[in-house]
Ligand binder design. Structure first.
Ligand code: ATP
Length: 319
């Protein structure tokens, strides 16, 4: 019998619980003993893990956040911290570890593998900033949350004939802004990949006003600037009434979408399969609707190709 353990690390993302459920239940189905580790690498270093059973995964598939909780851990950035983590896994007889998180979590997994730990990573982050995979768990739910907010803000901004700036998460990756902007019919998206050409935005707002358009939605990615600042500049440069909304952490919460639950469930089961086969230093992804795995180092080296077609389409349809 194999013993496997699962943790969630970095920022939480809707769908992490569905992945945890799949690891627990698929692992037990395959005859494994399964441990749940609390608070990511921090809990691992502290030996905060307990065996889980089929009932531990009850009633969690629809819940946002992570029942294992999550943390960021400075100590794990040191060789000493990681050696302590590897020792804890040895003491508990863990043969394989599943980590669910973003690029930082994967870097940690790569280092743990170098210490002889069998580890497999599942991409869980709302930012969709892991270029080796088409989608990360949580991204679909997050853009649906943003879409819901766009719809509500659109109601009030069209009633008042205003410009609405909506600041969304994503750090250095503009995917949340780009795809929520496309789906929400935004007039402008301001994303790190394209930088900040404010003069273009002011010009286009004035042009659309002259065509009789009375309201516009601008989606601003947090990696580019602040919504309040953009609101001030628009008022100054265009004399148009504008309001800004920072969506913040509502984007991280909520019940996962069907897409995220399906993705998380398939990835969770695949992670267990890989560990049973004795694989290590692998991360799971989805490309062209196919689940696949690849080496963690290779995955971390993949450069994101900017989706300029989508960006240009938003511009064309904004008329
Ligand atoms: P998100 O994208 O949601 O922020 P993340 O996994 O990228 O998720 P981070 O805070 O960057 O979140 O990383 C999570 C944890 O992984 C860190 O707190 C740290 O313990 C570990 N980690 C990050 N980078 C490294 C690294 N280079 N080497 C070893 N461990 C790392």
């Amino acid at each position: 019998m194999k013993t496997i353990a699962v943790l969630t690390s970095g920022g939480d993302a809707p769908g992490m619980n569905a992945a945890i459920r799949a690891v627990i239940r698929y692992g037990i189905h395959k005859g494994c003993k399964v441990y749940g580790i609390s608070r990511g690498y921090k809990g691992l270093i502290e030996g905060d893990l307990a065996e889980v059973d089929l009932r531990s995964a009850c009633d969690i598939i629809h819940r946002g956040g992570t029942i294992l909780r999550t943390a960021r851990c400075e100590e794990f950035m040191t060789e000493e911290g990681r050696r302590q983590a590897a020792t804890v896994l040895r003491v508990f007889g863990v043969d394989g570890l599943v980590v669910i998180g973003g690029d930082g979590t994967f870097k940690g997994a790569r280092e743990l593998a170098k210490l002889g730990v069998n580890v497999v990573g599942i991409p869980g982050t709302i930012d969709n900033d892991l270029p080796y995979t088409d989608y990360t768990i949580g991204f679909d739910t997050a853009i649906n949350t943003v879409l819901d907010a766009i719809g509500k803000i659109r109601d009030t901004s069209s009633s008042h004939e205003r410009i609405s700036i909506i600041e969304v998460m994503g750090r250095n990756c503009g995917d949340i802004a780009l795809y929520a902007g496309l789906a929400g019919g935004a007039e402008e998206v301001v994303i790190p990949e394209k930088g900040q050409d404010m003069e273009k935005i002011f010009r286009e707002l004035l042009e659309s006003k002259s065509r009789g358009k009375k309201q516009s939605i601008i989606i601003l990615s947090e990696g580019v600037g602040e919504a309040h600042e953009l609101e001030k500049q628009i008022k100054e440069k265009t004399k148009m009434d504008s309001r800004s909304t920072v969506l913040g952490h509502i984007q991280r919460g909520g019940s996962p979408s069907a897409f995220d639950r399906i993705l998380a469930t398939k990835m969770g089961a695949t992670a267990v399969e890989l560990l049973i086969q004795g694989k290590t230093a692998r991360v799971i992804g989805i490309r062209n609707n196919m689940i696949f795995d690849m080496d963690v180092e290779e995955a971390l080296g993949v450069i994101k190709k900017f989706d300029s077609e989508t960006y240009e389409l938003i511009d064309i349809l904004a008329n």
